[in-house]
Write a protein that binds this ligand. Structure first.
Ligand code: GUN
Length: 283
């Protein structure tokens, strides 16, 4: 069997086009401010992509670049200013932050209604309780790809590899909300290959290049690869050994071109949702 390839780039492009149409009909431009502290090269690339995609969708995007030695209180003051600015619908502080800044304090300072990353404890709590809120972008994008691929989640066995706050935990909560039977595996899980082989849906979010091997995948299972790892030879690979898993899976996401493009599309969707909810408009 050769798996169907889930084309995240195409799904993201159609979501972005839908959002641009929705924004054009709003009668105002939703505002997104991204804050980048320091000069981490990977973060700079992500922030530029977010800014460009937001502008293409008709969102008023602003990037604030602060030096690497910015004091925590200066960043908190900037966030307080953005919280109070009615033109700002979404605030995103790019992670990681320099060591003198506590990311938890920073995230907690963002108005939960403007927290388009879905990282604020109020939004984390809402997701854990199955209540409405802003959902983290990569997990939201993962769920959209599963829906696009026509994967039935009710009653399915899903395994999430990784328990990070950004991906593993929230995607497990979303799978549970979709009535899957969810296992969260991590570095202390015993016999991970056997756990994987029981799953109808495998979500890999561990940050280890090509860790998931072909013989871990049940015939016909769906494999979503959230990992993006740069190998010493410059190649970009996921957490899944793609060529091997392609031979076992029913459907699989590539890297690049799978979950990655969905993350930005979902950030734009969160920004539009935050704008519509905060401003009490429909559209
Ligand atoms: N750094 C890596 N991924 C993310 C993300 O989803 N949001 C933010 N703010 N920073 C990140």
């Amino acid at each position: 069997m050769t798996a169907r390839i889930i084309d995240g780039k195409a799904v993201a492009a159609s979501l972005r086009a839908e959002l641009a149409t929705r924004v054009a009909g709003l009668g105002f431009r939703p505002g997104l401010t991204v804050i980048l502290v320091g000069d981490d090269p990977a973060s700079a690339v992500y922030v530029r992509s977010k800014d460009r995609a937001a502008k293409e969708a008709g969102i008023e995007a602003t990037t604030i670049r602060l030096p690497a030695d910015t004091a925590e209180r200066a960043l908190l003051a900037e966030i307080a200013r953005l919280n109070a600015d009615p033109a700002v619908d979404g605030i995103l502080v790019q992670l990681p932050l320099p060591p003198q800044i506590d990311p938890n304090r920073v995230i907690a300072a963002i108005d939960p209604a403007k927290d388009v990353d879905g990282f604020h404890p109020v939004n984390v709590g809402a997701l854990a309780n199955g209540q409405p809120g802003l959902v983290p972008c990569t997990p939201a994008g993962t769920m959209k790809l599963l829906a696009y691929a026509g994967v039935k989640l009710a009653g399915a066995r899903a395994i999430v590899l990784g328990r990070s706050a950004i991906v593993g935990r929230p995607v497990a909560a979303l799978l549970l909300a979709a009535d899957a039977t969810v296992t969260i595996a991590h570095s202390r899980t015993r016999d991970l290959p056997a756990e994987c082989r029981r799953a109808d849906v495998v979500i890999a979010a561990v940050g280890r290049p090509e860790m998931v091997r072909g013989d871990w995948i049940a015939p016909g299972a769906t494999v979503i690869d959230v990992g993006i790892n740069r190998l010493p030879d410059g190649r970009l690979v996921g957490d899944v050994a793609y060529a091997e898993c392609l031979a076992h899976a029913g459907a699989i996401t590539p890297v690049p071109g799978g979950v990655g493009p969905m993350t930005i599309a979902c950030l734009l969707e969160n920004t539009v949702e935050a704008a519509v909810r905060r401003r009490g408009v429909t559209g």
